[in-house]
Design a binder for this molecule. Structure first.
Ligand code: FE
Length: 422
């Protein structure tokens, strides 16, 4: 069974990444930051977690306000380094533990946290800035990650209380994952700081000390504070520390505080923590109970013949082909698809199997493969095949036989005003 071995808190200010890239670890201005990171580096080296569950926030890099969500869980098996304006940093991509992500996602949803899920998105300094200072990475990274992106930039954002509850549910999720792996929870962000408006430059070292002490020893009262109260005491952007309550919620009630550090170089309080987990598994199979709860909603669905729930695993398998077909909503793409499909297949690196499914308009095969129906109907609209033809094909019937089972013999598709070419 998976174990949570501890919780880490680190700043994710981009300056840390800058200092790493320019070898400024010994520079007097930067040295105190790296001194505080030292014990975490050592802990990671000694304890060798298999996975870091990594809580961070994106800084309008990969998540924009056209669709903003509170809790976005990465479900990919690889995360690239984002370009934040000056080209991506020269760091290797990091491997994700996709199976653990899917388990956590399903488990949190079963506990009524309405998660969003992301893949195919590069990650910004929120993750890579501390990662690059904490772990060696010349030959790739020594751990896998499960990233949780918290949308804290556009209000409303989740309350401190909600974050803490999510942490508790996260603990149940991780501790019921059947693989024998060690997981550490990493919370990132600056403590007191404000970077916008006339109040920018606000810090409160006294509050930072109290917050850290409460977080370690007595986190519950913090969950009663409002975002405005966090902003009053620690600056508006400093209110991102509510996300640290996710990390704390995922740990045992008592923890060992192995290290804490604090440094205020310029704008943002940089705090570091190592908390070792004191959980001792009970001689009762709670894991099985949690897994059963996580599986409740889809239990028995496998008995439905000809039914393929589009779950996270199916979505992962069919992603490349679904992404290709999704582009058909763009006029230029579908024009090229009609004119030179083979060139497009090659550009989008579709596998031979995927190309063949599309060439043959193998509607049923595509469903079996992992394409979602609503992209089939888009392809149908582009190539002049009605939904009814697709339904009949999926059922393995002629159009006439299928039509005979309907009350109305209508043909329709999602095609708009463009003439379709069959
Ligand atoms: Fe930040």
């Amino acid at each position: 069974m998976a174990r949570i071995i501890g919780g880490l808190a680190v700043s994710h200010t981009p300056t840390i990444g800058f200092a790493v890239d320019h070898n400024k670890q010994q520079d007097p201005a930067w040295a105190p930051i790296f001194e505080n990171f030292g014990p975490i580096c050592t802990w990671l080296e000694e304890r060798k977690p298999d996975v870091l569950f990594y809580i961070y926030n994106d800084h309008v890099t990969s998540f924009f306000f056209d669709h903003y969500s509170a809790f976005a869980l990465g479900v990919d098996d690889r995360y690239e380094v984002a370009d934040e304006g000056g080209g991506p940093r020269d760091l290797p991509a990091i491997e994700g533990h996709a199976a653990l992500s899917r388990h956590i996602g399903q488990s949190l949803m079963a506990e009524e946290f309405d998660m969003s899920f992301f893949r195919d998105k590069p990650i910004d300094h929120g993750l890579f800035s501390p990662m690059s200072a904490l772990l060696p990475h010349t030959d790739g990274w020594p751990v896998k990650v499960v990233p949780l992106q918290m949308g804290v930039l556009q209000f409303p954002i989740p309350s401190a209380s909600r974050c803490y509850k999510l942490g508790k549910a996260l603990r149940r999720a991780i501790e019921s994952y059947p693989e024998d792996i060690d997981v550490a929870i990493v919370a990132t962000g600056g403590v007191s700081h404000q970077v916008h408006g006339e109040r920018c430059g606000f810090n409160n070292t006294e509050w930072d000390a109290q917050f850290l002490s409460s977080l370690v020893h007595d986190p519950e009262p913090l969950t009663q504070m409002s975002i405005a109260e966090f902003a009053t005491l620690g600056g508006l952007e400093g209110a991102e520390v509510v996300t640290w309550l996710i990390m704390r919620g995922a740990l045992s009630a008592n923890v060992d505080l192995l290290h804490h550090g604090y440094y205020l170089p310029s704008m943002t309080g940089i705090a570091t923590l190592i908390l070792e987990n004191q959980a001792r598994p009970l001689p009762v199979d709670l894991a099985e109970r949690y897994r059963a709860k996580a599986g409740e909603q889809l239990k028995g669905i496998e008995a439905l013949e000809g039914t393929y729930p589009f779950d996270l695993a199916r979505s992962a398998k069919g992603y490349r082909l679904n992404r290709f077909l999704h582009q058909l909503i763009k006029p230029d793409f579908r024009e090229r698809f009609r004119e030179e499909p083979e060139a497009l297949f090659a550009e989008h690196e579709l596998s031979d199997e995927e190309r063949e499914l599309v060439r043959r308009r193998d509607w049923r095969g595509m469903i079996h493969y992992g394409v979602i129906f609503f992209l089939l109907e888009k392809l149908g609209a582009v190539v002049g095949t009605t939904n009814l033809h697709i339904y009949a094909n999926m059922r393995g019937q002629t159009l006439e036989d299928f039509q005979a089972t309907r009350n109305q013999k209508v043909l329709y598709s999602v095609a708009g005003k463009e003439p379709a070419k069959s």
